[in-house]
Ligand binder design. Structure first.
Ligand code: UGA
Length: 439
C-alpha cells in the first residue's frame, strides 16, 4: 500500500488494522517490520495520501476499493487441521465490510486464500437484504520479503482475476488503472477468478519445488564428490530451466511456502486427486528431511555427540534482509541441537527479538547475542543458517582464535569462502559439497 500511495498521488490510501499497537508503530519512525527501503517511502507518503488507522468501520464506508490482506494461517484444529487454510479472519473481515459499507465497493483478495474463496466472500457480502453491490477481484501478491520494495516497484507481473461479467470486467479495469500508474501494460495479466487464486498457490509451489529438488541433489553431491553449486550452475544455464531458486540450503522457510503447498495438497485431497496431493506433499516432506539432514551432519562431524558443546548459530531469520522468523529452518534446527544437549549462542542482525519468542519455551542452553564475535567465544562450532551479507565480512581468523579446537563450521548456505576458512584451520562442512577437514 505504501508503494501504491507513492506511485499514485491522486489516490488516498488508508491502511487499517485491529491492532492499535501495530498502527501506532506504522505511524512512528520504528515500523513494525524491517524491510529495506520501506521506511523512506512511508515517511514520504505518510500524512499526504497514506494513512494508518484503527477506525476500520469509517474507512470501510469511505473506500471505493478494499484490499483484504488479513492473515490466512494453516488451520490447526478440526477438519483439515495441519493443511487447510483457517478462513476465520477472512470471514470476519467480509462481515465487517458488509455491516459498514453504504455504497458499492470493489473487494480485492490480497491475502493468499484457497481456490474458490471468492465465492465464499461474495456469499457473505451479498447475504441478507443489502442493497450495496460488491464486486470481488483476486489480486494475489508475488513480492518476496527483503526485496518487497523492489518487487512492488518493478514487478514481473501483476495478476488480476475477475468474473467475466460486465460489472466484473469494469471493476477489473478500475484496479488496472491503479497499477498502470507505474507498471507497463504488458506486465498486467487478467484471468478468471479461479485461475488467479490458483496461480498464486502454484507459483509458490513451483518455487518451493525447485528448492526441494536442488536440496535432494545436494545430498547426492555430498556422497559422490560432485559440487551442488557447479551442478546448479550447469543445469540453470539451460534457458528452459533458468538459474534462479536453485540454491541448496538447510530448507526453505517463511510464512508462505509450506502453508501454500499444504493448501494445494488439501485442495487436491478434497477433489480426491490423491496422487497429485502426494506429489506436492513430498516437497514439504523433503524440506523437513533437509533440515534434519543438516542437524545430522553437524552431529556426525562433531564425533556423534553435542553434549555440553557450544555452537554459534549465525542467522535466525528465514532469509536475509528481514527480521521475520516465521517457519524459519533455524527454529527446527536449534530445537534439535538443543535436544542433543548442545549450548547455543544465537546471533542475527535483525531477528533476535523474534528468535527469543520462537524459543521462549526453552528454559536453558540458549543465549541471544548481537555481536557475532562474542557469540563464538569458546564455541566448538558455527552453523550458518541465514546468509546475511555481513557474515562474509567477518574476520574469521579472529573468530577461529576465539573458538575451541578442533573448530567446525557448517555453512548451510554455501555463503563463505570455504578454502580460506580451511586454510585458517577450520573443518568446513558446506551444503552439497565434500567437507574440507583437517581431521
Ligand atoms: C515467497 C515468494 O518468493 C514470493 O513470490 C511470494 O509472494 C511470497 O512467498 C508470498 O507468498 O508472500 P518469501 O517467502 O518472502 O517469498 O521468500 P523467498 O525469497 O521465496 O524465500 C523463501 C525461502 O526459500 C527462504 O527460506 C530462502 O532462504 C529459501 N530459498 C530460496 C532457498 O533455500 N534456496 C533458493 O534458491 C531460494
Amino acid at each position: 500500500m505504501t508503494i501504491i500511495a507513492s506511485k499514485c498521488p491522486d489516490y488516498k490510501v488508508t491502511v487499517v488494522d485491529i491492532s492499535e499497537e501495530r498502527i501506532n508503530a506504522w505511524n512512528s519512525d520504528k515500523l513494525p517490520i524491517f524491510e529495506p527501503g520501506l521506511l523512506e517511502r512511508v515517511l514520504k507518503a505518510r500524512g499526504k495520501n497514506l494513512f494508518f488507522s484503527t477506525e476500520i468501520d469509517r474507512c470501510i464506508d469511505e473506500a471505493d476499493i478494499i484490499f483484504v490482506s488479513v492473515n490466512t494461517p494453516t488451520k490447526m484444529f478440526g477438519e483439515g487441521a495441519g493443511k487447510a487454510v483457517d478462513l476465520q479472519f477472512i470471514e470476519q473481515t467480509a462481515r465487517r465490510i458488509k455491516e459498514n459499507a453504504k455504497s458499492n465497493k470493489i473487494v480485492v483478495e490480497k491475502s493468499t486464500i484457497p481456490v474458490r474463496a471468492a465465492e465464499t466472500l461474495a456469499k457473505i457480502l451479498h447475504s441478507g437484504n443489502n442493497s450495496v453491490q460488491f464486486e470481488i477481484l483476486s489480486n494475489p501478491e508475488f513480492m518476496a520479503e527483503g526485496t518487497g520494495v523492489r518487487d512492488m516497484e518493478a514487478p514481473d507481473r501483476i495478476l488480476i482475476g475477475s468474473m467475466d461479467t460486465p460489472s466484473g470486467l469494469a471493476a477489473r479495469n478500475i484496479l488496472m488503472d491503479v497499477y498502470l500508474h507505474w507498471v507497463p501494460k504488458e506486465r498486467l495479466i487478467t484471468t478468471n477468478l479461479w485461475s488467479s487464486e490458483l496461480s498464486k498457490l502454484v507459483s509458490n509451489a513451483f518455487l518451493a519445488q525447485r528448492i526441494s529438488s536442488i536440496n535432494t541433489i545436494a545430498s547426492i553431491c555430498e556422497v559422490t564428490g560432485a559440487d551442488v553449486t557447479e551442478v546448479s550452475r550447469a543445469v540453470g544455464m539451460d534457458s528452459r530451466i533458468g538459474s534462479k531458486f536453485l540454491n541448496a540450503g538447510p530448507g526453505f522457510g517463511g510464512s508462505c511456502f509450506r502453508k501454500d503447498i499444504l493448501n494445494l495438497v488439501y485442495l487436491c485431497e478434497y477433489y480426491q486427486l490423491n496422487e497429485i496431493a502426494a506429489f506436492w506433499e513430498q516437497v514439504v516432506s523433503l524440506n523437513d528431511y533437509q533440515m534434519e539432514r543438516f542437524v545430522k551432519r553437524i552431529l556426525q562431524a562433531m564425533f556423534n555427540t553435542l553434549v555440553g558443546k557450544k555452537l554459534a548459530i549465525f542467522g535466525f531469520a528465514f532469509k536475509p534482509d528481514t527480521g521475520d522468523t516465521r517457519d524459519a529452518p533455524a527454529i527446527y534446527i536449534c530445537k534439535r541441537l538443543l535436544e542433543e544437549k548442545a549450548f547455543l549462542n544465537i546471533t542475527d542482525p535483525h531477528a533476535l527479538n523474534n528468535a527469543r519468542k520462537d524459543l521462549q519455551d526453552i528454559e536453558e542452553g540458549v543465549d541471544f547475542i548481537e555481536d557475532p564475535y562474542q557469540a563464538v567465544e569458546g564455541a566448538h562450532g558455527i552453523a550458518l543458517i541465514t546468509e546475511w551479507a555481513s557474515y562474509k565480512k567477518l574476520d574469521y581468523q579472529k573468530i577461529f582464535d576465539k573458538m575451541e579446537k578442533p573448530a567446525f563450521i557448517f555453512d548451510g548456505r554455501n555463503h563463505l569462502d570455504h578454502k580460506a576458512l580451511y586454510e585458517i584451520g577450520f573443518n568446513v562442512y558446506p551444503i552439497g559439497k565434500p567437507a574440507l577437514k583437517h581431521l
